[in-house]
Write a protein that binds this ligand. Structure first.
Ligand code: PEP
Length: 250
């Protein structure tokens, strides 16, 4: 049975005190037994304190990025080894903001994926089409290429350390959500694409999250679709009550 997962991407929000407050609220409000693995992704500077804060909980911590090199003269960057050394076990890669604003290419993301897996970080691999791709009917192609060029270089054995996050760019932070049917259609296609490249067992086991304006009001319907195994949540992850409502919608 594949894992249900709800991950919160806090982006460049929450200073140290606000991070602690939100974590305290989550600890108090999240059910102690949940069907979903909960992951939170604070900013780099708050990762170590978040790990310490969550030590006696089942909530995991993810970084929002990592550098592809082992170490070196890369001012301002953070390595996979550094993340592991403070107890971080997950990393979000390929987010559309990294692709669009920081010009991360599929090749660079593939490099980051390889480095992360080598250091036993579980990769939350984000991908998804832009509005113009969907309008021109090119969305399946775009998604297939992002998977092939950014992820499918990995070994079969690495798949237990990969989570897929389909995030149509037109639905991120826009309030616009893919309909549950659009999400299911794409998730089914993604699973089929993984099956063709790596076989049925891996395709059935990999968790595919949906991301893009998931809110307490729409989470249940999206999560009810058979190939949707949870969500990657942006804006709604910043308020404990909304995030808890989404986690309990699984
Ligand atoms: C995201 O940035 O990964 C995301 C899904 O954001 P939002 O939920 O705000 O659309």
């Amino acid at each position: 049975m594949r894992k249900k997962i709800v991950a919160g991407n806090w982006k460049m929000h929450k200073n140290a005190e606000q991070t602690e407050d939100l974590l305290n609220e989550l600890i108090a409000k999240l059910p102690t037994v949940s069907e979903a693995q909960v992951i939170v992704a604070p900013t780099f500077v708050n990762l170590a304190s978040a790990v310490a804060h969550l030590e006696f909980t089942t909530i995991e911590v993810a970084a929002q990025n990592v550098h592809q090199a082992e170490s070196g003269a890369f001012t301002g960057e953070v390595s996979a080894d550094m993340l592991k050394s403070v107890g971080v076990n997950y990393v979000i890669l390929g987010h559309s903001e990294r692709r669009a604003i920081f010009k991360e290419t599929d090749a660079l993301i593939a490099n980051k994926v390889d480095t992360s897996l080598k250091h036993e970080l579980t990769v939350i691999f984000c991908f998804g089409e832009e509005l113009k791709d969907r309008q021109t009917g090119n969305h399946f192609n775009v998604v297939e290429n992002q998977l092939t060029d950014g992820l499918f270089q990995i070994e079969k054995e690495s798949w237990p350390n990969v989570i897929l996050a389909y995030e149509p760019v037109w639905a991120i932070g826009t309030g616009e959500t893919a309909s549950p049917e659009q999400a299911q259609e794409m998730h089914e296609f993604i699973r089929e694409t993984v099956r063709k490249a790596f076989g049925k067992e891996i395709a059935e086991e990999v968790s595919i999250l949906y991301g893009g304006s998931v809110k307490p009001e729409n989470a249940k319907e999206i999560f009810s679709k058979p190939d949707v195994d949870g969500g990657l949540i942006g804006g709604a992850a910043l308020k404990a009550d909304d995030f808890v409502a989404i986690v309990t919608a699984i």
